[in-house]
Ligand binder design. Structure first.
Ligand SMILES: *Cc1c(COP(=O)(O)O)cnc(C)c1O
Length: 389
């Protein structure tokens, strides 16, 4: 089989072998329902509670504050709908940003259709919100601020500790979508003063189909999935035991390896960025190194269609992404790149490279060998490309 080169870790990550090992017993012999009182149920209950401790630990939370969900999208839905539902219409205003993941933006549109008010904060050229604009937007009707931690497309990190400070001072709830940062960057829910935090296992070497929502003790929430009494009535449905065990192990591995991984990623990202700038003219780096995830590099190539570039790289066994993973296939330029003001000549030809623990220096060397001639060829065929540029 031809070797493949994966530069799309923000879409999803491979399962870590230790995670698979932790899951296997619950896919085979240990099939009990954790709600059952017999031995079969007790052993899977123990696995669920052990994993809950690990998730709590990586966030600096208490295990009772962790609710397992089916994915990051569900965690985001639960955070917003569950909170608003519990607080009726006394407060009907939410503040978010214009560069959130679709799981937040679509939930906000849904809430707007139901009569809630949403403020979408703009961002600067690096993708950061303005704290003074945030303060100005808070009214006596504001129930929640939902601002993501790390952006999936450009990697920008928001000043969440400062946002948490403002939310606490104004007595507004604060939710953060930390799906991209959990397991990659240190998070302490008490230090950032967050009330709700979403995470998802498959973005940090865990399995797909399992996520969690941190809910600060005392936060009144309604369930959005009704049924049995699982998760202390906060999320009905028989637990995905193997997935939960996998998420727990993914957290353990992340806590053990985070610092080492961070160095590995930032070194490779720098190499990737410098290499591309050296080898290919007329490119634009759509992200920064400051306040940015160590694994995400978004690059605009002048006068090229991102989709053509993606397909040509795919033919060479290299996987990248244009726009967000969830909207690829659509030709609408990414809402994130628009929000940070990427010029039109670069926006269509923007590619996200996202690396991870299994990316090697040789992978980037292969990219440096393959990419420049593709770019040159596509540009030579492009009506937007002028040789004199
Ligand atoms: C991937 C992602 C999600 C959605 O998580 P799923 O588990 O795939 O539903 C939400 N927010 C961000 C920032 C993401 O990157």
């Amino acid at each position: 089989m031809k070797k493949l080169y994966y530069f799309d870790y923000n879409a999803t990550t491979p399962l870590h072998s230790e995670v698979l090992d932790a899951m296997m017993p619950y896919l085979k012999d240990r099939y009990g329902n954790p709600s059952s009182s017999h031995i079969f149920g007790r052993e899977t209950r123990a696995a669920v509670e052990k994993a809950r401790e690990m998730v709590a630990k990586i966030l600096g939370a208490d295990p009772s504050e962790i609710v397992f969900t089916s994915c990051g999208s569900e965690s985001n839905n639960l955070a917003l709908k569950g909170l608003f539902s519990a607080h009726c219409k006394a407060k009907n205003h939410i503040i978010t940003s214009s560069i959130e993941h679709p799981a937040i933006l679509s939930t906000c549109s849904f809430l707007e259709e139901s009569g809630y008010k949403v403020t979408y904060l703009p961002v600067d050229g690096n993708g950061r919100i303005s704290l003074s604009k945030l303060k100005e937007s808070i009214t006596e009707k504001t129930l929640l601020i939902s601002i993501m931690h790390g952006n999936n497309e450009i990697g920008v990190l928001q000043p969440i500790a400062e946002i948490g400070e403002i939310a606490r001072e104004k007595e507004v709830f604060f939710h953060t979508d930390a799906v991209q940062t959990t397991g990659k960057i240190h998070i302490d829910v008490n230090q950032i003063k967050v009330d709700l935090l979403s995470l998802s296992a498959h973005k940090f070497y865990g399995p797909k189909g399992i996520g969690a929502l941190y809910i600060r003790k005392g936060t009144e929430m309604h369930s959005i999935i009704h049924g049995g009494h699982q998760e202390k009535n906060r999320r009905a449905g028989t637990e995905n035991v193997a997935g939960i065990a996998g998420l727990g192990m993914a957290c353990e591995i992340a806590m053990r390896d985070m610092d080492k991984e961070f160095k590995h990623l930032i070194t490779l990202k720098e190499k990737l960025c410098n290499g591309l700038m050296k080898k290919i003219p007329k490119i634009r780096i759509n992200c920064s190194f400051e306040n940015c995830m160590p694994n995400t590099l978004n690059v605009g190539f002048l006068a090229i269609e991102g989709e053509s570039l993606l397909i040509n790289l795919d033919l060479k066994g290299i996987a990248v992404s244009t726009g967000s993973a969830c909207s690829s296939g659509s030709v609408e330029p990414s809402h994130v790149l628009k929000a940070i003001g990427v010029p039109v000549e670069y926006i269509q030809g923007s590619i996200r490279f996202s690396i991870g623990r299994f990316t090697t220096s040789e992978d980037t060397d292969y990219l440096f060998e393959v990419l420049p001639p593709i770019v040159e060829r596509l540009r030579s065929m492009s009506p937007l490309w002028d040789d004199k540029q």
